[in-house]
Design a protein around this ligand. Sequence first.
Ligand SMILES: Cc1cc2nc3c(=O)[nH]c(=O)nc-3n(C[C@H](O)[C@H](O)[C@H](O)COP(=O)(O)OP(=O)(O)OC[C@H]3O[C@@H](n4cnc5c(N)ncnc54)[C@H](O)[C@@H]3O)c2cc1C
Length: 320
Amino acid sequence: MSTHLAEWLRERRIAFSENAPIAPHLYFRIGGTVSMLVSPASAEQMAGVLAELASAPPGAGHEGPLPFVVIGGGSNIAFGDDPTRAAVVLAPAPSQVGARILGDGVLQVESGMRNQPFLAWCAANGAGGLEFLSGIPGTLGGAAAVNAGAFGRSMSDVLLGADIVDEAGAVRAVDASYFAFRYRDSRFKLGRQTVLALHLRFDPCEGKSIAKKSRENLEYRLKRHPSYRLASAGCFFKNPLLNGVKTSAGKIIEECGLKKTTCGDLAVAEEHANFLLNRGRGSFADLRRLEEKIRECVAARTGIVLEREVIYISPRGEKY
Ligand SMILES: Cc1cc2nc3c(=O)[nH]c(=O)nc-3n(C[C@H](O)[C@H](O)[C@H](O)COP(=O)(O)OP(=O)(O)OC[C@H]3O[C@@H](n4cnc5c(N)ncnc54)[C@H](O)[C@@H]3O)c2cc1C
């Protein structure tokens, strides 16, 4: 099925494995195997892999080309228990400094850079206004794709543009409007295009105050969230709009008496009812059952239909 791709990767010495378990690469630790797991060593190599995947010939058995999914930190995503027919491309963390100042309050950062090292770079380079990312796991590319945010700010407030790989495998520059940002959403979240590098706006600021703000934000979160060592994907449901006001999904779930509810090894966290925890052997089936249980109970008691924030991948490699 993926022989052509395997050959292509081998020729270029790009690391990959076939029928690989995906759970170890996800914060939730939920998912079976994927047809191929590809680990490019650089953003350039990732662009090459994506171009190849976009142009790949149909696979055997008329199944069509192998679908692909790009993963950053894997902190907002779960795969099914059965094998997923897809190539998963792991966005590479930059081996050297992954960010640079472009000029007047604008910086460029590689999409595979993790948020916390990025904030250390921001502090060292006087780039303020991005501290809301402190404590959000994952990469800058993933954060842009899902319009991640905290403390009243999100990526849509700071993103000016990006270099992307489009569906045809071509690299091009786009501006912020191309992202079609919405609350915890953009066209990249469920789409098949990839962010290679981001252009972000920053406020020139003293490094010390950036480091202090990042530390305070992180400490605030560590006090209120379940331990980051526990497997989860952060807030599972989006905060719904009630009479025009964004309302905490965690509070709603808690008020419905659902704290500590379990399905198999999946449980609603005691510290924050919008965190679903995988206590070790949780399966995708458990997760779906718990999700439905919460949604049905909340809808029956309050009339509110909660919308999932976390991304699922179908056995055919489609995001939903
Ligand atoms: C403990 C915990 C706390 C969290 N707190 C918050 C929070 O406060 N606020 C918040 O918004 N989220 C939070 N999250 C969720 C998650 O960390 C964020 O959504 C994060 O920004 C996702 O980044 P990632 O790199 O892990 O993305 P992934 O999970 O790897 O991917 C998410 C989506 O982005 C796509 N994607 C990834 N990289 C790229 C790329 N380069 N180009 C295009 N698409 C890409 C993927 O295909 C997928 O559709 C939390 C999660 C955890 C586990």
